[in-house]
Structure formats: C-alpha cells, structure tokens
Design a binder for this molecule. Structure first.
Ligand code: AMP
Ligand code: GLY
Length: 424
C-alpha cells in the first residue's frame, strides 16, 4: 500500500515512523514533510493547505491511503476533497472538524445532550462581553472561537485583565478572524487529562488511552501557554471504569448529536478533560492526535497503527479487537528554542544528534529542524521531542533525559520536570 502523511511536525514524524513499521505499508510519502521525515518517507514541498495540489499528487503517485496530521488541514476540508475523489483518508471531514475549529460549535453540540462542560456565554459584540464582566466572578476564562495554535484561551484573574483580553481578541484581533466571536466561561479547577479514542464513520468508538500534557512553558506549570512541552501516557491513576465513563459521558453523546445533524465523524476523538470535584468535565475536543501526546502514545501501541487508521477510515473499527498497548509508561520531553512561545532565534545549531545511539525504547522525534550538510539546525519554537518507555514513569523519564543530556544545543530549552505530578 502507498501511504501519504500530511504534516511536518513531531507528531507527523512519529506517525511516519510507526506507519512505516507496518507490513502493509510498501511506500511512504509525506507532504510537506521535513529533512528528518525524508529519512523514512519521500517528502514533497507541496502546500499542505492546497487541497487541489494534494488531490493531484495522490492521483499522480497512486496513493492508496492518506493520513492527515494537523487540524488546519482538516478544517480546510482536505478529507472532503479526497473523499470526493474516492481516495481513502484518515481524519474527520470539514463539518466534523468544527468540534475543534469552533469552540462555539463544540459547546452547542454538547448542550443538546447535557455533556458536562464549563458554564459559558457566547458574545459577538465587544460591548456586551465587557458589560457581562460586571455579572461574574473571577478568575474567568476567555476563549477565541476559532483556531489559535493553542493560544486562544486566556485565564483572566480579575476584571481589568478580562477587559483587556476581550479588547485584544475582539477589536485588536490578535487571533485574526478566530476572535470574531468569543466565549466567556466558568473557571474550573482540577487535574487535566487527555483521552483518545478512534471513531469510524458508522459511529463505532474504540477507546485508545489517556495522556497528560504540560502546556505551560515553565517548570511547576508556570508561565505562558505553549502547544505542549511534554507528555506522558497512560495517566497512572485512571482506571478502566473511568475510561468507559469517558466514552459514555463525552464521546458517545457528541458523536450521536453530530449524526443527528447529518455529520458523520471519523478519526481521532481527543477529549481534553478536567477532573473537578464534581466529576470530569470536557474542556475541549480536538479532532487529531495531540502534539506531543502522539509522541507519548504511539510508542506504546503494539497493534499495527496503519491497520487501525484504515479501519477507522473504512468504517470497520467494530471488526478489530481493542488496540493492544504496552503497559509501560512513555514520557515525552519537548526541546524548544529559548524564548518560545515568544520570539526566538532561528537556525541555531544542534550538535550531537548524529552521534546519539538510542535503544528501541527511546525515540528522537523532530518537530522543527532542517539539515544543512551534516548539521541539524533548529528552525522553529518546539524543535525536538524525545520519548522513552519505562516500567515506571520515573524510569521512562530518566531514559528520556539521558538522551537529552547527550544533545548539545546552546539555544535549547526544556522543562526538567515532565511527569512531576505523578513520579513514582
Ligand atoms: P483549551 O484549548 O480549551 O484546552 O484550553 C487551553 C487550556 O486552558 C486548557 O488546557 C486549560 O488548562 C485551560 N482552560 C480552558 N478552559 C478552562 C476552564 N473552563 N477552566 C480552567 N482552565 C481552563
Ligand atoms: N498538545 C496539545 C494539542 O495537541 O492540542
């Protein structure tokens, strides 16, 4: 089978590595890919947002199956375009992708089935939003409706901060058109976890596993929000009965409500949950693998990844056994350019990467690098993503940091405390 992966980050590097291991993958392609992905897949510098060019590429290269990584490509309707051409593809269509691309859409879908989420109000006018601040308690949470690369959620400690945030989003448009509408919602307290399930077009749900991300840039979960500075899987304190509960409380009702609206979801259902003292509540839904959660989940997967993705795309998940996952923990530590998530230098040199020998329980995923002759350069904010498996979180963590210690990157920054809450 000839498989195409769309995307270029650490998540797609991981997807390529594990898809490439499948006995049914004969040839792997990636658009646009990267210098690191090029080592295992043929990369083509096609714009991942140009659906027509991707469709043409698939026809020309006789692609049998496409796997879409990033949310932007999904919400840009690549799945719809490929499906129109009868090209099999893993991931949700444009209508289903609204679960992630519009927080208001997601809330409305949840409302009709009383899916537990934070209480909220929706605003299309800055004036009304500002007036609303007189009626609520703080902290409060302000969210731009649309996609904002993980930065569109602001927790405002007081009224002044909230007012400034509303102005920044709605009139200064710091998130562009994503801030046309906003949600102001109740601040929830509790531990956050991510739950992943695969869903097929017939609505069959196959639970995968749990993970915990570390969204803040600073140690002890402080500082600015990022796309994720490290993750681990599974979450040690989550039991099987809670996983069943997540499916019943969150995934099933959302999939059913979509169906009721003639929207047929297939792909990854990634539920961002917060475990409050009143029970779990749904913070967000993403419609693709997380980055860096994928780099902590996929190394644990013993079932053939490509088989799972194809079954989801073909509506055949019910014919598969539950996916088999390694009981070991996998931890992932992100190395970012100093300064990220604000400004940072580009094209700084990363030394030592070529010399490192990793064993089969350690992985170096590249999120944003390029190769200049024999030298790896950091080209983005989140640059490398190092994973390791171990029988305890602590062992996994030590193995990941052992790899990091061999990387000589003067401009690199990473959190030293990934997994800190649950190290045993
Ligand atoms: P989201 O993109 O909706 O997951 O939000 C990003 C981050 O903001 C989450 O991971 C939470 O840490 C935080 N957050 C979002 N909504 C709330 C809420 N209602 N209460 C507390 N924290 C929140
Ligand atoms: N790591 C968070 C995300 O992928 O959305």
């Amino acid at each position: 089978m000839r498989v195409l992966v769309i995307g270029s980050g650490g998540r797609e590097h991981a997807l390529c590595i594990f898809i490439n291991k499948s006995p049914i993958c004969n040839k792997l392609f990636c658009i646009p890919g990267s210098d690191s992905i090029q080592e295992i897949a043929d990369c083509f510098k096609i714009d991942p947002m140009n659906n027509a060019d991707i469709v043409n590429f698939c026809k020309e290269h006789k692609i049998d199956f496409v796997v879409v990584g990033p949310e932007l490509s999904l919400s840009n309707g690549i799945v719809d375009k490929l499906s129109e051409e009868k090209i099999k593809v893993f991931g949700p269509d444009k209508a289903s992708s609204q679960l992630e691309s519009s927080k208001i859409f997601m809330k409305n879908i949840c409302k009709n089935h009383n899916v537990p989420t934070a209480k909220y109000s929706i605003f299309d006018s800055e004036k009304k939003a500002l007036n609303f601040l007189d009626t609520i308690n703080f902290p409060t949470v302000i969210k731009a409706d649309g996609l904002a690369a993980g930065k569109g959620v602001i927790i405002a400690k007081n009224k002044n901060e909230a007012a400034e945030t509303i102005k920044n989003i709605m009139s200064k448009r710091i998130f562009g058109a994503s801030g046309e509408n906003i949600i102001i919602e109740e601040f929830l307290e509790g531990e956050e976890i991510s739950f992943f399930a695969l869903v097929d077009i017939n609505g069959f749900i196959l639970p995968l596993t749990t993970a915990q991300d570390h969204k803040k840039i600073g140690e002890g979960d402080t500082g600015l929000n990022t796309g994720g500075m490290g993750a681990y899987s599974p979450v040690p304190f989550i039991k099987q009965n809670q996983i069943n509960d997540f499916v019943t409380k969150f995934v099933k009702p959302v999939i059913n409500e979509l169906k009721h609206n003639n929207i047929f979801f297939s792909g990854v259902f990634y539920a961002g949950l917060i475990l409050t003292k009143y029970g779990p509540k749904l913070l967000e839904i993403n419609v693709r693998f997380g980055d860096p959660e994928a780099q902590a989940v996929l190394p644990r997967l013993k079932t053939d990844l490509l088989d799972l993705l194809i079954a989801s795309a073909k509506g055949r998940l019910d014919q598969l056994k539950s996916p088999e996952l390694d009981n070991n923990f996998c931890i992932n530590v992100v190395m970012a350019s100093k300064g990220y998530p604000e400004s940072y230098k580009k094209n700084t040199i990363i030394s030592g990467l070529n010399k490192i020998t990793v064993n089969k329980s350690q992985y170096i995923f590249h999120s944003s690098t390029k190769k200049n002759e024999d030298q790896w350069l950091a080209t983005g904010g989140r640059v490398l993503s190092i994973s390791a498996l171990g029988s305890t979180l602590k062992e996994a963590r030590n193995k990941a940091y052992n790899v990091i210690n061999e990387i000589d990157w003067k401009n690199g920054y990473y959190r030293n405390d990934i997994g800190w809450k649950h190290l045993t």
